[in-house]
Design a protein around this ligand. Structure first.
Ligand SMILES: Nc1ncnc2c1ncn2[C@@H]1O[C@H](COP(=O)(O)OP(=O)(O)OP(=O)(O)O)[C@@H](O)[C@H]1O
Ligand SMILES: [Mg+2]
Length: 270
């Protein structure tokens, strides 16, 4: 019979569902990547500033080295130029690593290192807004995690915190190993405007934003926290927020902890 060779309507539907699911997964990956790049955009002006400062240092010390022929001055000039070049290279390397499209593999990852890498990128932005950073973290804390996604999450939380504070705030970053409960924990706290109780239930919704476009047309897309929530869910972790209007907000992330992998124990000085 002819009909026997036709795929049954049921399996055809299953195929379609599978195709749509794959398509959805691809779109989600693209959304993650696009949001990652747009969060770097929030840092464009501070990073441009930083490069300008570095170039000024390089130019001034090159001039000084050319003008003064004694060895001490020349050595000092070369040392300053080298240090400035190394600072620039840390930023570009960090930026390229951050923007790179990566897998969604989860593996033992040192949260302290991830935070340090994100801080290299946001440091100037914080400094330009006169924000003091309190960092309270052991040398390393390990979680089963996707490093690139955790960095994206930290970047979103830190940029949000900075935007909530304007000038003269305090950013409090804490990393804790909590073996008793099986979590590796990170919190990002600010002394900013806080979130009114009626807004709290919505902040993790996709496209929810209270940020209106500024003079340069830079408003919020409302994607930052919704991606944070998805990332935390894919790690079977927890995200919670505590906020007091006029005092500030703290986001706490909990990720499945991991023992520090054998052979990778950090022996560098603290
Ligand atoms: N640290 C914070 N302090 C005060 N309000 C916050 C804080 N973090 C988030 N919010 C509130 O939650 C909303 C949603 O945040 P989310 O990061 O998802 O989007 P956004 O920052 O507005 O836009 P985008 O991240 O796409 O640039 C913000 O518009 C803001 O109202
Ligand atoms: Mg945001």
């Amino acid at each position: 019979m002819d009909g026997m060779e036709q795929p049954s309507p049921m399996s055809e539907q299953q195929d379609q569902v599978q195709q749509l699911e794959e398509h959805l997964k691809q779109l989600e990956e693209q959304l993650f990547q696009a949001q990652k790049l747009s969060s770097v955009g929030a840092l464009a002006s501070s990073i441009t500033h930083e490069f300008n400062n570095i170039l000024t240092t390089v130019i001034n010390y090159a001039r000084m080295g050319l003008r003064h022929t004694d060895e001490a001055t020349r050595t000092k000039s070369f040392e300053r130029i080298l240090a400035a070049g190394q600072r620039a290279s840390r930023i570009t390397t960090g930026m390229l690593a951050y923007a790179r499209n990566s897998s969604d593999r989860q593996e033992p990852t040192d949260l302290k290192r991830l935070l340090d890498d994100v801080l290299v990128l946001v440091q100037k932005d914080l400094q330009m807004h006169r924000i003091v950073v309190d960092l309270d973290a052991p040398r390393s804390v390990w979680a089963i995690a996707n490093g690139s996604q955790i960095q994206q999450m930290l970047m979103n939380l830190i940029v949000n915190a900075r935007q909530a504070m304007n000038e003269h705030g305090r950013l409090k970053l804490v990393i804790r190993d909590n073996p008793g409960e099986g979590w590796a924990e990170i919190s990002v706290g600010d002394t900013g405007c806080g979130i009114p109780a009626e807004q709290l239930p919505h902040i993790f919704d996709t496209f929810y934003t209270t940020k209106t476009a500024d003079a340069r047309g830079q408003g919020g897309t409302g994607l930052g926290l919704s991606l944070c929530r998805r990332i935390i869910e894919s790690h079977q972790g927890r995200i919670r927020v505590e906020s007091h209007v006029g005092q500030g907000t703290t986001f706490t992330l909990k990720l499945p902890r991991s023992e520090s992998p054998a052979g990778l124990i950090d022996t560098s000085a603290a």
